[in-house]
Design a binder for this molecule. Structure first.
Ligand SMILES: [Cu+2]
Length: 176
């Protein structure tokens, strides 16, 4: 089943300045609308002691021109699909693109690692909101589904497996 069903949960929630120290977290948790964003997903442990064998990151709507970073010893796949909206990318109209990134390999529970991608936060994204990147961490006999999105006013710390979040700051006057 495509991660996108989880990604459909990747909606923008009007939560002012709340970031959460979830287990799978983004290193940079704030970025300006319209800017290029380097997403570094941090993985500090496996599933109940087991090694991580696969990491799948869903890319929310409005995050375009996504390019993941290959990782030695891991295979890298992307899943592309149609966007709900179309986006101008330097004169080119984008109507589809990468919506899921999948790294497959092995990360021992005793080790820490990072999974990186670069993307553009389209200028049409609304500022002062959170953007979520639902992430599935698969192990041999289980997984962590970091996909829970807080409802309005809910403290993400109350969630068992919160989706990694990014707070969207207003575009700087110089973004292009
Ligand atoms: Cu944890």
């Amino acid at each position: 089943m495509k991660l996108m069903t989880f990604a459909s949960a990747a909606m923008i929630v009007a939560v002012m300045g709340t970031t959460v120290n979830a287990h799978a977290t983004l290193e940079q948790q704030e970025a300006q609308v319209g800017s290029f964003y380097k997403g570094v997903m941090r993985v500090g442990h496996g599933c109940e002691g087991e090694a991580t064998l696969k990491l799948r990151i869903a890319i929310p709507e409005g995050v375009i021109s996504v390019k993941p970073m290959p990782k030695p010893g891991w295979t890298l796949e992307t899943v592309s699909g149609d966007y709900a909206n179309s986006y101008d990318y330097y004169g080119t109209t984008l109507t589809s693109g990468v919506q899921e990134i999948v790294w497959t390999g092995e990360l021992s529970n005793d080790h820490y690692d990072e999974f990186t991608f670069r993307a553009k936060l389209d200028g049409s994204l609304a500022a002062d909101q959170m953007l979520f990147f639902p992430t599935i961490q698969e192990c041999a006999n289980g997984s962590h589904n970091w996909v829970e999105i807080p409802v309005q006013g809910q403290d993400p710390h109350d969630l068992e497996q919160p989706a990694p979040g990014l707070y969207l700051q207003p575009a700087s006057k110089h973004s292009h």
